[in-house]
Design a protein around this ligand. Structure first.
Ligand code: KG4
Ligand code: ZN
Length: 356
C-alpha cells in the first residue's frame, strides 16, 4: 500500500445510506475528507419500523448520488479512490448486498481493491474521528439498535467481549417502549426528548440483571414492565395508552430511560473495575442519549476514568465510521484490501470473530 491513499467507505446495513472518504498518510491518524448521509427514517415511519425490502431499494437509489456528493465535497474524483470499503455485516441481508455490490462494482471498474468492514467495529472505532480521540486499551460500551455489548479493546482487531445482552438490545428497549407509548419510530430520540419533561422516579421499573454479578444485560423484561404499567394507567383513565396525558407519558418515558441508563452505567463501571482500565469509549446510536452521557460523565469523573464519545452526528450509522475502520485495519497491518469482488455479506457476524 502506498504511503498516502484514500479509502471510500459505504454503509448500507440498515436504514441509513452513508458514504465517506478518508485519507491515510503513513501511520498518522486518518482524516475524514467528506461524508454524506441519507436517512430512510421518514420512509419507514409509516410502517412503525424498518421494512427490509424498502430499505434495500432505497439504498440503491441513494448510494451513487451520495458518492458523487462526497467526491465533490472533498475535491476528488473516482480515480483518487485507492480502496473501496463497505459494511460486510451484521445487518439486513438485502441492504448489505446493495452496499457490497456497489462497492465491488466500483472497485472492479477502477481496478482497485475492496475491504469488507464489520459494522460494530465501525461504531467501536468511530470516536477516533472525534476531536478527542481515545488511546488503546479501553473498555467499550457498544449500544446500538441491535447490539448491547461491553468489550475490552486492546488495539485494532483486538476485541474481547466482556458481557452482552441475552435478549433485547438497549436501543431495542428504547424503540419498543417508545412504540407502545405511541411515540413512533425510531423511538430512542423521541423517548429521550419526552423524558426531559418527566420524573425519572415516577414509576418503579425493573433494572434487569443489575446485580447479576456478571457483565451481561437483559432488556426484554423492562419493555414488558413498561407495557403493563402503561396499560394499568390507561385502564384507570379509560383511554388508550397513546391518549394518556402528556405529563403521564413523560413520566413513563423518564422512568424507562432511567432504568436503561442506570443498568448501562453500573455495568460499564463494573467492566472498568474488572479490567482495571481507566478509559471508556461509548459507541452506537444510544450513545447519543443525553442522560446516558451526563450520568456516565459524572460517574467516571469521580473515578478518574476518561470517557470518549463519537461526535454526536457520528453516533448513529454513517459511512465515515466504515471508511475509518477500514483505514485503521489497513494501517495496523492486520488486513489487506484485495481484488476478490465476491460481495459475500454476513448478516450475522459476531464481533469476536474479528480477533486479530
Ligand atoms: O447504531 P445505530 O444507528 O444503528 C444500529 O446499528 O442499530 O443505533 C440505532 C439505535 C436505535 O435503537 C435508536 O432508537 C437509538 O439508537 N438512539 C437513541 C438515541 N438516538 C438513537 N436511543 C436513545 N437516545 C437517543 N438520543
Ligand atoms: Zn449501527
Amino acid at each position: 500500500m502506498a504511503k498516502d491513499y484514500c479509502v471510500l467507505g459505504i454503509e448500507s446495513s440498515c436504514d441509513e445510506t452513508g458514504v465517506a472518504l478518508v485519507r491515510v498518510t503513513g501511520q498518522r491518524p486518518p482524516t475524514l475528507l467528506a461524508h454524506a448521509l441519507y436517512s430512510q427514517i421518514e420512509m419507514h415511519q409509516a410502517y412503525g419500523g424498518v421494512v427490509p425490502e424498502l430499505a434495500s431499494r432505497d439504498h440503491i437509489r441513494r448510494v451513487l448520488p451520495l458518492t458523487r456528493e462526497v467526491l465533490q465535497a472533498s475535491g476528488k474524483t473516482l480515480q483518487d479512490v485507492d480502496v473501496v470499503a463497505f459494511t460486510r455485516g451484521p445487518g439486513l441481508g438485502g441492504a448489505l448486498l446493495v452496499g457490497a455490490g456497489v462497492a465491488c462494482a466500483l472497485a472492479a471498474s477502477l481496478g482497485r481493491p475492496v475491504l469488507g468492514v464489520h459494522h460494530l467495529e465501525g461504531h467501536l472505532l468511530s470516536p477516533f474521528l472525534s476531536a478527542d480521540p481515545p488511546e488503546f486499551p479501553f473498555v467499550a460500551l457498544l449500544v446500538s439498535g441491535g447490539h448491547t455489548q461491553l468489550m475490552q479493546v486492546d488495539g485494532v482487531g483486538r476485541y474481547q467481549t466482556l458481557g452482552e445482552t441475552i435478549d433485547d438490545a438497549a436501543g431495542e428497549a428504547f424503540d419498543k417502549s417508545a412504540k407502545l407509548l405511541g411515540l413512533g419510530y425510531p423511538g430512542g430520540p423521541a423517548l429521550s426528548k419526552l423524558a426531559e419533561f418527566g420524573d425519572p422516579a415516577a414509576f418503579k421499573l425493573p433494572r434487569p440483571l443489575l446485580h447479576s454479578g456478571n457483565l451481561d444485560f437483559s432488556f426484554a423484561g423492562l419493555k414488558t414492565a413498561v407495557m403493563l404499567q402503561a396499560k394499568k394507567l390507561a385502564a384507570l383513565q379509560g383511554c388508550a395508552v397513546a391518549a394518556l396525558p402528556k405529563a403521564v407519558l413523560a413520566d413513563l418515558a423518564a422512568s424507562t430511560q432511567a432504568a436503561i441508563v442506570e443498568v448501562l452505567v453500573k455495568k460499564s463501571l463494573s467492566a472498568l473495575a474488572a479490567t482495571g482500565l481507566k478509559r471508556l469509549v461509548v459507541a452506537g446510536g444510544v450513545g447519543a442519549n443525553r442522560s446516558l452521557r451526563e450520568q456516565l460523565n459524572q460517574a467516571c469523573a469521580v473515578r478518574g476514568v476518561r470517557v470518549h464519545y463519537p461526535e454526536l452526528h457520528l453516533c448513529t450509522d454513517n459511512g465515515a465510521m466504515i471508511a475509518m475502520a477500514a483505514a485503521m485495519r489497513l494501517q495496523s497491518g492486520i488486513q489487506r484490501a484485495n481484488k476478490v469482488y465476491a460481495f459475500d455479506v454476513k448478516p450475522r457476524w459476531p464481533l469476536d470473530d474479528l480477533m486479530a
